[in-house]
Design a protein around this ligand. Structure first.
Ligand code: V55
Ligand code: FE
Length: 485
């Protein structure tokens, strides 16, 4: 007899966090308000964590949980919605066993004895990536899972035709929609607790054209990075893995409040010997908005925590280090000087997370940023940041409601920066269901130009990507920059 399915009564699973565990298909979402903009043709893919089976543990955390991929397909004036579990090795093994076999977040020493130590813990729960005609679901501790872009069926776990020789690939790759290059990396690349990091550049056809292998100062978490025309910027915040603690069943990461931050600037098309190292104050961060090079200076714009960014990762002594608010902050690295320090400058005094841009301007001088702006009452709204003036304008969906990460879609392949729409899954918390809001990206505060209804909740998505109709057909974005030749 299989065990009864009973989730523990913990905060994580209450209210909006109640596991959804449901695969749905809707042909044509109801339009509640406004009109779907003409010319908006393509697919928004989003990936998040749901809960396949109860773990029986009380140390479960929101960034764990089996991957669920969602799509909103805009076609012929309507929007279809589909979501499917990603059939990871872990998902399939648990489905077969009819119970949870994998234990604490990234801690294989807490797995059920019937799971071989070599099986990946990967959940494919963090983002969707589209490159060279293929769609993937990603988690930073595992290889990519290729997904059918029309049905969301899982095709395979892949090392990209043997080109990734590591155990994993980042969940924050950068696909440049102008050059169609893919930039990514593997961290703890030789397995749990290793210091190896490998940076990759792939061309528009998916062929690896550069690889730079180097060592981090310690086996840390490298959740995101940023790229400019010449550099890949890797901040190493002191969120570290201690394998002795992990082997004893502890948390996979610990926040060290007394350690500095190290930053590596890795040449985009160069070699490890040309890496430039910097060192700065204690801090943490998950997400980068962008990086830009101007002359000899590289600027990294990041949602910066002057302390811990994850309450569930303790200090080495086992204390809870309370989470501090994230502020959009610019770190400036002067490559013209032979100094290790960098400048730290707060750009905005409102706590913001899940930063995005018009992705054609990743690594290029930019004027528009988008983010989730938090309110003191626990609700949230979608923010537009004018990067020249530092002003933020915010759309708040309603009392108690929350927004998920937005996706910018340009009006046309070569429209000016910021001319387009924002697509946003909205948590209608009091109604226990979701909407998809479409905002005019140049007038965020005016509220949705269209609002589509989901008769259930899209529980949690972290990140995603937009694939325009022409890219699904040709495998290339081939976007342009307004004013560029
Ligand atoms: C983060 C998210 C993750 C993860 C590690 O936001 C770090 C940071 C969604 O999963 O596994
Ligand atoms: Fe992330």
């Amino acid at each position: 007899m299989a065990e009864p399915i009973q989730f523990p009564d913990i905060e994580l699973y209450r209210g909006w966090g109640e596991p959804m565990r449901t695969e749905c298909t809707i042909h044509g979402l109801e339009l509640l308000e406004g009109a779907i903009p003409e010319g908006l043709e393509g697919t928004l893919y989003k990936v998040g964590a749901d809960r396949q089976y109860p773990s029986g543990r009380d140390d479960d955390i929101f960034i764990d949980g089996e991957g669920m991929i969602h799509m909103f397909r805009f076609e012929d004036g309507q929007v279809d919605y589909v979501n499917r579990w990603v059939r990871t090795t872990r998902y399939e093994m648990q489905r077969e066993a009819k119970r949870k076999l994998f234990g604490r977040y990234r801690n294989r020493y807490t797995n059920d004895p019937e799971v071989d130590n070599s099986v990946s813990m990967g959940t494919a729960n963090t983002t969707a990536m589209f490159h060279a005609g293929h769609l993937y679901a990603l988690k930073e501790d595992d290889l990519p899972y290729e997904i059918d872009p029309d049905t969301l069926e899982t095709i395979r776990r892949t090392d990209m035709n043997g080109q990734i020789g590591s155990a994993c690939f980042t969940a924050h790759p950068k696909v440049d929609p102008v050059t169609d290059e893919l930039l990514g990396f593997s961290y703890q690349a030789r397995g749990d607790g290793t210091k190896d990091i490998v940076f990759y550049v792939f061309d528009a056809g998916g062929r690896k054209i550069n690889e730079v292998e180097f060592e981090m100062p310690y086996a840390g978490m490298v959740h995101d990075f940023a790229v400019t025309d010449e550099w890949a910027v890797f901040p190493f915040f002191p969120m570290m893995t201690d394998m002795e603690k992990v082997k004893a069943g502890g948390a996979y990461f610990e926040y060290h409040p007394d350690k500095p931050t190290h930053v590596a600037l890795v040449p985009r098309y160069g070699k490890a010997e040309d890496i430039r190292w910097f060192e700065g104050p204690n801090a943490t961060a998950g997400h980068m908005m962008n990086a830009v090079r101007v002359g000899n200076k590289v600027m990294l714009d990041v949602c910066y925590y002057e302390g811990n960014c994850f309450e569930f990762f303790p200090t080495p002594s086992g204390d809870v280090a309370p989470m501090v608010p994230p502020f959009l902050t610019r770190l400036t690295f002067d490559l013209g000087r032979n100094a290790k320090e960098y400048e730290v400058e707060r750009l905005l005094n409102v706590p913001v997370e899940m930063p995005r841009t018009d992705d054609r301007y990743q690594g290029r001088p930019y004027r528009h940023g988008y983010c989730i702006a938090r309110s003191p009452d626990g609700s949230s709204g979608t923010g537009h940041v004018n990067m020249e003036t530092g002003e933020i304008s915010i759309w708040r969906p309603g009392e108690g409601d929350m927004v998920q990460e937005c996706q910018f879609v340009p009006r046309s392949a070569s429209s000016p920066e910021g001319d387009g729409w924002l697509l946003i899954p909205v948590n209608r918390v009091s109604r226990n269901r979701s909407d998809l809001a479409i905002l005019d990206a140049q007038n965020v505060a005016a509220g949705p130009v269209a609002l589509l209804k989901l008769p259930f909740k899209v529980r949690a998505t972290f990140h995603g990507t937009w694939v325009p109709k022409h890219a699904r057909e040709t495998g290339r974005y081939e976007y342009g920059l307004a004013g560029a030749a």
